[in-house]
Ligand binder design. Structure first.
Ligand SMILES: [Ca+2]
Ligand SMILES: [Ca+2]
Ligand SMILES: [Ca+2]
Ligand SMILES: [Ca+2]
Length: 244
C-alpha cells in the first residue's frame, strides 16, 4: 500500500525537526598517529615529535599588537587511541599568575586554552559539553565552565607538564576526549580515537605581563568579523583536525 502524506503534515514535521547544525570545516589539519606515545614531561624530544610539523599560534583575538619577545607561539599535534597529544612552545617575556585561586579570574592569568569539539559538530557550547574550552593554568590546573556555568576543575581531562628555558616555555599534554553526552553527575566513557576521525580544535594563549586584565588573547584560528573572542561560546570557529 502506498502511503500518501498530505503536504501540510510534511510541513509540520519539518518545522518540528529543524535541520541539524552543520559546521563548515576550515583550517583542516591532518594529525599523524604517534609512532610511540610521548612521555608527558614538558620536553618535545621524542622521535614522534621530531617528525611532526609546527603550526603557528598567531591570531590576535584580543588586545593591541605585540612583538616577538612579548609573545610568540607554535604547536604540534599527535594522537593514539587513548589521547590527543599537544606540544606547545611559547615565548613570553613575563609569566604572571596574579590570582592563585584557579577558579577566580583564571582567564586573566597567563594560561593556555585548548578547545575540543569531540565530534566536530560546531555550534554553541557555553552551557553544555557540546565542546570544551579548557584553560590550563601555569600550575597545571584545568578549568572550564560547568553545566551550570560555574567554573570547575577538569584536571583529569588533561595531563600536562612544562619546562622553561629563559623566556621559552614548552608545554606537553595528553588530552582525553569525551563526547557531548558528558555529564558531571555520572561516570563518563572516554572516546577511543581512530583513523579519519574529525575533531574540532583550537588553541589560545592568554598573555598577561603584570596588568589587572590579560593584555592579549592569541588564538590559532582566524575568526572573521569584528568580535574575535568567540571560541568560548561558539565551536563553529574551531579548526578541524583529521586523524591520520
Ligand atoms: Ca616528552
Ligand atoms: Ca608577554
Ligand atoms: Ca560537539
Ligand atoms: Ca605573560
Amino acid at each position: 500500500m502506498k502511503l500518501i502524506v498530505p503536504p501540510l503534515l510534511l510541513l509540520f514535521f519539518y518545522s518540528c525537526h529543524p535541520k541539524p547544525h552543520y559546521k563548515e570545516d576550515h583550517q583542516i589539519i591532518e594529525v599523524k598517529r604517534a609512532t610511540k606515545s610521548p612521555i608527558i614531561d614538558g620536553k618535545g624530544n621524542e622521535n614522534s615529535w621530531n617528525v611532526t610539523e609546527w603550526h603557528p599560534l598567531d591570531q590576535n583575538w584580543l588586545g593591541p599588537s605585540y612583538d616577538y619577545n612579548d609573545f610568540n607561539g607554535r604547536y604540534k599535534l599527535n594522537w593514539d587511541e587513548d589521547y590527543l597529544y599537544l606540544l606547545v612552545e611559547i615565548i613570553d617575556d613575563s609569566l604572571y599568575d596574579r590570582v592563585k585561586d584557579p577558579l577566580k579570574l583564571w582567564w586573566n592569568d597567563d594560561s593556555l586554552q585548548v578547545f575540543i569539539d569531540e565530534d566536530n559538530s560546531g555550534g554553541l557550547h557555553q552551557k553544555s559539553h557540546n565542546a570544551f574550552g579548557y584553560h590550563i593554568a601555569l600550575d597545571g590546573n584545568v578549568v572550564d565552565l560547568s553545566e551550570s556555568k560555574a567554573p570547575k576543575l577538569f584536571n583529569e581531562h588533561i595531563l600536562s607538564a612544562k619546562t622553561q628555558h629563559g623566556n621559552q616555555t614548552t608545554w606537553e599534554m595528553a588530552i582525553t576526549l569525551y563526547d557531548d553526552s558528558y555529564s558531571e553527575k555520572s561516570k563518563n566513557q572516554t572516546t577511543v580515537l581512530e583513523t579519519n576521525k574529525k575533531i574540532g580544535f583550537a588553541l589560545a594563549y592568554c598573555d598577561n605581563d603584570g596588568s589587572i586584565e590579560r593584555e592579549n588573547y592569541i588564538g590559532s584560528v582566524f575568526v572573521p568579523g569584528e568580535d574575535k573572542n568567540q571560541a568560548w561560546v561558539n565551536a563553529d570557529i574551531f579548526g578541524t583536525l583529521v586523524l591520520k
